[in-house]
Design a protein around this ligand. Structure first.
Ligand code: PLP
Length: 444
């Protein structure tokens, strides 16, 4: 076993200066380690997620600790959420200060963080005059909002992509593709068709005058960082414009700097048209962008950005939420956006992501088939269906958290503060883990 000791945390300016007043009892009382907590989990928490891999009690920077005191390098960040890592002092400070000032109000009233966040998102989006933001609590809720907004066009048809993941509530689930997630809950909201992701002609054939919206992820996250061919989003824009349909981009996982741009569709390799003329034309302009995950840096916040005229589709009384725009959540999002900008974390995501791709591709381990994705949303492709075995080996023997997005794909979505040294540590550990899995006969 390596890397499971409580070694010193990474050197980072982002380290908290104070310890929490009340510490979890997990590491201080006998019988309260991971095994005991896992039993209690099974006895109390509904079994929707399976058995947890570990019970975690603390986090700092890119590291988390379990209830037995073991430390892990977190390359998943709560599934693409903790952009600033764990317990970032600017974020915890902003949350505490806001909670001590004004914690929650109803949407009969407005708060200054809510207004400032909506303005900042419009600015980041480069949205035209008339654009507006609806704040909510999660990715699935943001997509529900987009779905309802699209139905307000008076059309009913929705076109989504095979492999897509848009959430688990009924409307978002109708847009999600995986049959195992959808079928037990049918009937779902109707008039949704799924077309092969990245196939321009299939999209063109599916969109007509009855189409309210085309909903696409700029990179498919849950599917394992699947990048569409160059020019795909630009073609989707042309197709929807010609049919008078909306283009909804689900940036729940790709947004907020993870790919190196604020939004993946602003990244020239993702949102640009193919060819030189396309590059000159600049990125696509969607009608709606949905956000969540990284937006609050770990506090639940979601958003629907409606561009231009699309912002007029939902009218008073059409949609609502108790917690959306909550002052504490909005303050957390503002603090997260501030640190991403101030500390150059988009640039860091691009540079460290490139560093990982370079390190994993030259020379590649025989079990590695390639790396895809952009910035710090990466899919590591394996030549055999051993992703779960590799994930478990990295966790147990190297103290590294990654995700098995598919049988043969590992997903990395680490904090944007990840350093090149931490990335190197992962690359070395992955090589050893791949050897281990090969030696166990699972890689053949
Ligand atoms: N959309 C995308 C692209 C996602 O990756 C996810 C979650 O993984 C969602 C929507 C749903 O977000 P949430 O889990 O916050 O409801």
């Amino acid at each position: 076993m390596t890397e499971l000791t409580d070694r010193p945390a990474q050197p980072t300016a982002a380290r908290p200066t104070t310890q929490p007043a009340v510490r979890p009892d997990a590491t201080t009382r006998p019988g309260t380690g991971s095994a005991a907590w896992t039993r209690r989990y099974s006895g109390a928490v509904m079994n929707t997620f399976g058995t947890p891999q570990r019970v975690l009690v603390r986090g700092e920077g890119c590291y988390v600790w379990d209830a037995d005191g073991n430390r892990y390098l977190d390359l998943l960040a709560g599934i693409a959420v903790n952009l600033l890592g764990h317990a970032h002092p600017t974020l915890t400070g902003a949350i505490s200060a806001q909670l001590a000032t004004l914690g929650h109000i109803s949407n009969f009233f407005a708060s200054t963080p809510q207004i400032a966040l909506a303005e900042r998102l419009l600015e980041i989006a480069g949205a035209p005059e008339g654009s507006r933001v609806f704040l909510c609590n999660s990715g699935t809720e943001a997509n529900e909002g987009a779905f309802k907004l699209a139905r307000r066009t008076g059309r009913q048809g929705m076109v989504a992509a095979e492999g897509a993941f848009h959430g688990r509530t009924m409307g978002a689930l109708a847009l999600t593709h995986k049959p195992a997630y959808r079928e037990p809950f049918e009937p779902l909201p109707g008039n949704v068709v799924h077309v092969p992701y990245g196939d321009v002609e299939a999209l063109r054939a599916a969109v007509d005058g009855g189409t309210a919206a085309v909903v696409l992820e700029p990179i498919q996250g849950e599917a394992g960082a699947v990048v569409p061919p160059a020019g795909y989003l630009a073609a989707a824009r042309d197709i929807t414009t010609a049919a008078g349909a909306l283009l909804v981009l689900d940036e729940v996982q790709t947004g907020m700097g993870r790919t190196g741009a604020w939004f993946a569709h602003q990244h020239p390799l993702i949102g640009g048209a193919s060819g030189e003329a396309g590059a000159a034309a600049g990125p696509v302009r969607p009608d709606v962008v949905t956000l969540a995950k990284g937006l609050g840096g770990g506090i639940p916040v979601g958003a629907v950005i409606a561009y231009g005229e699309a912002a007029t589709l939902l009218r008073p009384g059409d949609h609502g939420t108790t917690f959306g725009g909550n002052p504490v959540a909005a303050a957390a999002a503002l603090a997260t956006l501030h640190v991403v900008e101030r500390d150059g974390l988009r640039e860091n995501a691009a540079a460290v992501g490139r560093h990982i791709v370079d390190a994993l591709t030259a020379p590649a381990h025989p079990l590695l088939a390639g790396v895809r994705g952009e910035g710090l949303l990466l899919g590591v492709l394996l030549r055999a269906p051993v992703a779960v075995a590799v994930r478990d080996t990295l966790l147990a023997e190297h103290g590294i958290i990654v995700n098995a997005a598919a049988a043969d794909v590992l997903r990395l979505a680490p904090p944007l503060i990840l350093t090149a040294e931490q990335a190197d540590h992962f690359v070395e550990a992955l090589t050893i883990a791949l050897d281990t899995v090969t030696a166990l006969g699972e890689g053949s």
